[in-house]
Ligand binder design. Structure first.
Ligand code: NAP
Ligand code: GCO
Length: 265
């Protein structure tokens, strides 16, 4: 087997929301495998900070301001990347938010905002990059799903609905573009220590661990929260030629939580 099939030299990768958290870690991994990195965020402040962070890692990333829910901004983003770096070979639909609100208190606007960013956004960005991939004769689309693509829990109705939909969008892109040599797969992180999950890990006033923190560690066979670095190998695999016959698959990177019923109390 040629281990160079895991290399990404000469490839252009767009990581949406790649300023920090999981997106930044995945972009770092793709860069280590040889890819040229483009990323987008919504604010100049976060863009400037991200550029410093990429430079500190020795990565020559190019950052752009674009909201993934805005078709015009996304079209301009893709055009700018194609002008600056070339056709996008790899898309990681990472940008996403969560709102933790009991469903009866969640407004329709709350629900719509989460679905807009977490599901409509990946559709909009994928639709914008697919023509270039089809023309080039290959492409990799990796949608960042979630274990909530499979399970629900209280207070995250919009998020679970969006991530469940993103799982099926992944399978649909696979179905519609496989013959164009485009592979579309998902990565389903478990509970990962990032700003998004910080509220679930905040120490209590008495210094004890957050109950949810204790719950997740007990529910995870690995016995720990994941880190963004745990996603680096999987994303390089799905972005590389090593996964050219993997399509429509959701690769769960969750320490085994989805496989485990949990310890007897
Ligand atoms: P995070 O730390 O909150 O980062 C989210 C990123 O998305 C930020 O860079 C943010 O940039 C960007 N973003 C949000 N809305 C955007 C929009 N409308 N347009 C463009 N960029 C936008 O989250 P994370 O924990 O790294 O999660 C990243 C992805 O993994 C998300 O899709 C999340 O659902 C998923 N995930 C996370 C976990 C976990 O446990 N952390 C587990 C499973 C799945 P700005 O806000 O600066 O614009
Ligand atoms: C939550 C968490 C989860 C994680 C992740 C799990 O509130 O339950 O934020 O949704 O973000 O999606 O895979």
């Amino acid at each position: 087997m040629d281990m160079n099939s895991f290399r990404l030299d000469g490839k252009v990768a767009l990581v949406t929301g790649g300023a920090y958290g999981i997106g930044f870690a995945m972009a770092e991994a793709l860069a280590c495998a040889g890819a040229k990195i483009a990323f987008n965020v919504r604010s100049q402040k976060n863009l400037d900070k991200a550029m410093e962070d990429y430079a500190a890692k020795g990565i020559e990333a190019k950052g752009y301001i674009a909201d993934v829910t805005d078709e015009t901004q996304v079209a301009e983003l893709v055009a700018a990347i194609e002008k600056d770096m070339g056709t996008i070979d790899i898309l990681v639909n990472n940008a996403g938010i969560i709102k933790r609100i009991p469903m009866l208190e969640m407004t329709a606007d709350d629900f719509r905002q989460v679905v807009d960013i977490d599901l409509n956004g990946p559709f909009i960005v994928a639709k914008a990059v697919l023509p270039g991939m089809i023309k080039k004769g290959h492409g990799k689309i990796i949608n960042v799903c979630s274990m909530m693509s499979e399970l629900g829990r209280e207070t995250i109705a919009g998020y679970a609905a969006a991530k469940g939909g993103l799982k099926m969008l992944t399978k649909n892109i696979c179905s519609e573009f496989g013959e164009s040599n485009i592979q579309c797969n998902g990565i389903g992180p478990g509970y990962i220590a990032t700003p998004q999950t910080a509220p679930l890990r905040e120490p209590q006033a008495d210094g004890s661990r957050h109950p949810f923190d204790q719950f997740i560690v007990a529910k995870t066979p690995a016995g720990r929260w994941g880190t963004p670095e745990d996603l680096q190998g999987p994303v390089v695999f799905l972005a590389s030629d090593a996964s050219n016959f993997v399509n429509g698959h959701i690769l769960y990177v969750d320490g085994g939580i989805l496989a485990y019923i949990g310890k007897q109390p």
